[in-house]
Design a protein around this ligand. Structure first.
Ligand code: ADP
Ligand code: MG
Ligand code: MG
Length: 902
């Protein structure tokens, strides 16, 4: 086989015996794990894998690499020898499946063609060999159906309608009632469909079938739904898929055959014990497509004890080997068990935490690894509210708990409506008999998904779990009529399109109307409410270990004492950002207006004086809540006109007064001020430190309020730790002037109160110029906090409010962004400024404290980046604090891992 390779062309084909589980980049997940199972000595049908590299060549150039044909021929030869059969042999044909398999699993997104190698002659040979005509013709009709759909782009419905038609003629619902003659007839009909759609006959040359199927699998990488799925799951677009060519084994040979899927633990709850579905006399997709009702895996023990026992043995082997929950696909051919796929299985958030904790108890993994086995996103998921079951509710029915969460919305019965309604701001629940990949858009748009058919391994369940979306599947007692858009509950209640329903993905229950929701037990745990259960136990031990492990500090963004207290309970080690603008709204607006309208020093000072006790009171409360912990208070940031009345309101008021012949002097002056202060680009206007420089006394007032509050608390033997933060600094000179003023105020307050105050003064780094001149700025700043929202806006040169609606969807679509830079930090651009700013700042002042505030502080990927750059802390919203704690620890463990292996 080596002969086919020249020195400069890479090896594009690997026999299963040549690969292993770590070669996912090259062989895809399916191929790598098929190889791993082969090498473990498990019963895997022989086969080979065409690499993802061959796929990328094909996608880039439009044709497969030159050497590929020869390599495939050599491997096919070996496969034929191993099976003692030849592809296309009219008397005893070898059949193969051609299966997609990318690095990351993309359930149902790409294509697989089974029974490749059958034609008008070999179908007879297969029938004779198996002594089973029905089986042979069933296999042939499946090939034409899958080939037609996948390779020749024929609407699947054409084939489905044809089989429905034959079943109707026969008066049956069950495809098992179709006999050999029916299926032979169906093959004729199918061939007619192919001819009609392509103008050509179904290809009879097996090798031609195989090549066409391989190329179709490559093409399926760029199918609309695959592209959409990758975007949703943040899977890079350039990985390509591998193709596995596998000798067929047959689950459709009779009742002693069948096919199934299984998990080594329950992927929904994490409960120990195998879990799965089995279907007799069936092939491939039948199980997941929900075409016939499957039986629970446990029933296999009665059907075929030998295979069942062997399967249990193999599942234990796989769990031991992968040290994690595995899911598998298997087929039994006439009493002989074959393994067709395995991988470390997807699971719900709760299952992830429970399983990680169980595996620690079982001594399989340590706590470091347990921290790696869960994610911040999963934790977020567990913090979702749940239904309040003590409320009076009307249960419509019950299905399986496919993906947890509590979702409420209007029932819609097709994906198109789901998308349309959700665009106009409605919450919708997508109700289907079963979903298929074409429903993906609707599933993304919906709050939750409800199906009446299919098990926990159905398309709806798998995809919803992957997206972290609430899903109840297989609610068979509900009759769903998608054509007429309603469902009927067993008690006769009807739910029509637009009626509100509530679905509970954790219990599988479906309710009529809107059921109230309550906090999750995990949130209660963080809140310090007495709570128990193995989930809380798992979260507790993993979070405790995470806190021991992480290097990065975690603070919260909180403006009020109430938020600060919650943040503390959630594990915040300080406040990274207290915005003060909220403190000037409501009744205090009048003082700000007076400040803006002041005509002389006296009027201005009076306005400031009125504000001082109010501000002091704010900080007293905040610093009391955060006693002993650093509390970063940002001086006023937004442009002043934000505090003035809305121009339209004001105009109306003035006009009304005029019509009554009155004249409100104050309103008129306000009008003038609004016009005077109007800005074309407020985001880039008179705000932040600029405000402090042009409005005399404003920042001093805030500094004084902070200092006086701190002094007062020190007198009460408290330990306030305020830090003063200046926003929007672009040059060190700005900071120097404000700093000098602030220091003077601090000095005055210290003298007045007789308390020694140690209050740090630092700045936000949120302008590119600040990052680039951070060495100078650090001369005057005791800490930096990266304001990554503004830094993203100013680095990219766009204002968030304008761009998100205007063109972000296009940017995401054409791939300029993989993900919005406001969600996850743009490492190459904005991140580089963070790196430069940190390095330059520390070059000047080695003990400079550096943090980040802004939404990125609670985003898992961004947290990993901030850890890597060496920041001291991240600050995020209180609710995100546990996520940041966990992800900071995961980042540390990952970093240790990668340096170990170096
Ligand atoms: P997916 O990635 O969508 O799971 P697969 O490539 O796993 O697609 O194929 C789907 C199903 O087809 C498998 O679960 C298995 O039941 C069946 N199948 C694939 N290859 C073979 C084979 N060589 N013999 C028998 N059944 C097969
Ligand atoms: Mg599969
Ligand atoms: Mg800012």
């Amino acid at each position: 086989m080596e002969a086919a390779m020249t020195d400069d062309s890479p090896k594009y084909v690997y026999d299963f015996s040549e690969g292993n589980k770590d070669l996912k980049d090259l062989l895809g997940g399916k191929g790598a794990n098929l190889a791993e199972m082969t090498n473990l000595g498990l019963p895997v049908p022989p086969g080979f894998t065409i690499t993802t590299e061959a796929c990328t060549v094909y996608l880039e150039t439009g044709s497969t690499p030159e050497s590929l044909d020869d390599e495939v021929a050599t491997h096919l030869d070996a496969l034929e020898k191993a099976r003692g059969k030849k592809l296309g042999d009219p008397n005893d044909p070898l059949l193969v499946s051609v299966r997609s398999g990318a690095k990351f699993s993309m359930p149902g997104m790409m294509e697989t063609v089974l029974n490749v190698g059958l034609n008008d002659q070999s179908v007879e040979g297969l029938a004779r060999q198996a002594d089973n005509e029905r089986f042979a013709w069933d296999s042939y009709r499946r090939l034409i159906q899958m080939f037609g759909k996948t390779v020749q782009d024929i609407e699947g419905e054409a084939f489905e309608d044809a089989i429905e038609e034959i079943k109707r003629e026969k008066g049956t619902q069950n495809d098992l009632d179709l006999d050999a003659d029916d299926l032979r007839h169906l093959v004729d009909v199918y061939k007619g469909i192919v001819r009609e759609h392509t103008g050509e006959d179904f290809p009879q040359d097996p090798r031609e079938q195989m090549t066409a199927a391989i190329n179709a699998v490559f093409d399926s990488w760029n199918s609309d739904r695959a592209v959409l799925y990758r975007r949703q799951e943040r899977i890079p677009a350039d990985l390509g898929t591998a193709v596995n060519v596998v000798a067929m084994v047959f689950g459709n040979m009779g009742m002693d055959s069948g096919t199934g899927v299984a998990f080594t633990r329950d992927p929904g709850t994490g409960e120990q014990g195998v879990y799965g579905d089995y279907l007799q006399n069936a092939q491939g997709e039948d199980v997941v497509a929900g075409i016939r009702n499957t039986v629970p895996l446990q029933d296999l023990e009665k059907i075929d004890k030998t295979s069942y026992d062997r399967l249990m043995e193999i599942m234990a082997t796989l769990e031991g080997h992968y040290r994690d929950l595995c899911d598998i696909e298997f087929t039994i051919e006439a009493g002989q068990l074959w393994m067709l796929q395995t991988r470390v299985g997807k699971r719900t958030a709760a299952a992830a935490f429970r399983i990680a904790s169980q595996l620690v108890d079982e001594g399989v993994i340590d706590l470091d690894e347990a921290v790696q086995r869960v994610t911040g996103d999963q934790l977020v998921h567990l913090m979702f509210p749940q239904f309040d079951t003590s409320a009076k509710v009307q249960q419509l029915g019950r299905g399986m708990s496919a993906s947890p969460g509590a979702a409420v919305g209007k029932a819609v019965f097709d994906s198109y409506t789901a998308v349309k309604w959700s665009r106009s701001g409605e919450d919708v629940i997508l109700v289907r008999r079963e979903t298929n990949p074409d429903d993906l858009n609707g599933m993304i748009a919906a709050k939750g998904i409800l199906t009446s058919r299919g098990g926990k391994t159905s398309h709806a369940a798998v995809v919803a779990r992957g997206m972290g979306k609430t899903c109840v599947c297989g609610a068979e007692e509900l009759q769903v009529n998608t054509k007429r858009r309603f469902l009927t509950a067993p008690d006769g209640t009807e739910v029509h399109e637009g009626d509100v329903i509530s679905i509970d993905g954790s219990t599988g229950r479906v309710y009529l109307g809107e059921v109230p929701v309550v906090d999750s037990p995990v949130v209660e745990y963080f809140e310090g409410v007495e709570s128990s259960g193995d989930l809380v136990h798992a979260v507790d031990r993993i979070m405790k270990h995470a806190d021991e492990k992480r290097r990065l500090g975690v603070r919260a963004n909180a403006d009020t004492a109430e938020d600060a207290e919650r943040a503390r309970r959630f594990g915040a080690e300080g406040i990274g950002l207290c915005r003060t603008e909220h403190m000037f709204l409501g009744e205090r607006r009048q003082h700000v207006e007076r400040l803006i309208l002041a005509e002389d020093d006296e009027q201005r000072d009076a306005a400031l004086e009125a504000l001082l006790p109010l501000q002091r009171w704010d900080f007293l409360q905040l610093l009391t809540a955060m006693d002993g912990l650093p509390t970063t208070i940002r001086l006023l940031d937004p442009p002043l006109h934000e505090f003035l009345p809305n121009i339209t309101e004001l105009s109306v008021r003035v006009a009304l007064a005029e019509s009554r012949g009155e004249k409100n002097e104050n309103d008129l002056r306000l009008m003038q001020a609004v016009h005077r202060l109007h800005e074309s680009n407020p985001m880039l206007g008179l705000r932040g430190v600029r405000l402090g420089l042009v409005v005399p006394g404003l920042f001093n007032l805030q500094v004084r309020a902070i200092a006086e509050a701190a002094a007062q608390l020190v007198k009460l033997h408290k330990n306030p730790k305020p830090e003063i933060m200046i926003p929007l600094v672009g040059s060190v000179q700005e900071l120097e002037i404000i700093r000098a003023d602030a220091e003077q105020v601090l000095q005055e307050v210290a003298e007045e109160t007789g308390e020694e105050l140690n209050i740090l003064i630092g700045t936000m780094i949120e302008l590119p110029r600040a990052a680039l001149t951070a060495d100078q700025i650090a001369e005057s700043a005791e800490f930096f906090s990266f304001g990554t929202n503004d830094l993203t806006q100013t680095t990219w040169g766009f204002s968030r409010d304008d761009v998100e609606a205007a063109f972000f969807s296009t940017y995401l679509e054409v791939g300029i962004f993989g993900v919005s830079p406001f969600e996850t930090i743009d490492v190459d651009g904005v991140g580089e400024l963070v790196r430069i700013g940190t390095d330059k700042g520390r070059a000047t002042r080695p003990d400079l404290k550096v943090g980040v505030c802004g939404e990125h502080g609670g985003d898992p990927d961004s947290v990993h980046f901030f850890n890597q750059v060496g920041l001291d802390y991240v600050s995020c919203s209180p609710f995100r604090v546990p996520v940041a704690r966990l992800e900071a620890a995961r980042a540390t463990v990952a970093q240790e891992g990668s340096s170990d292996s170096r």
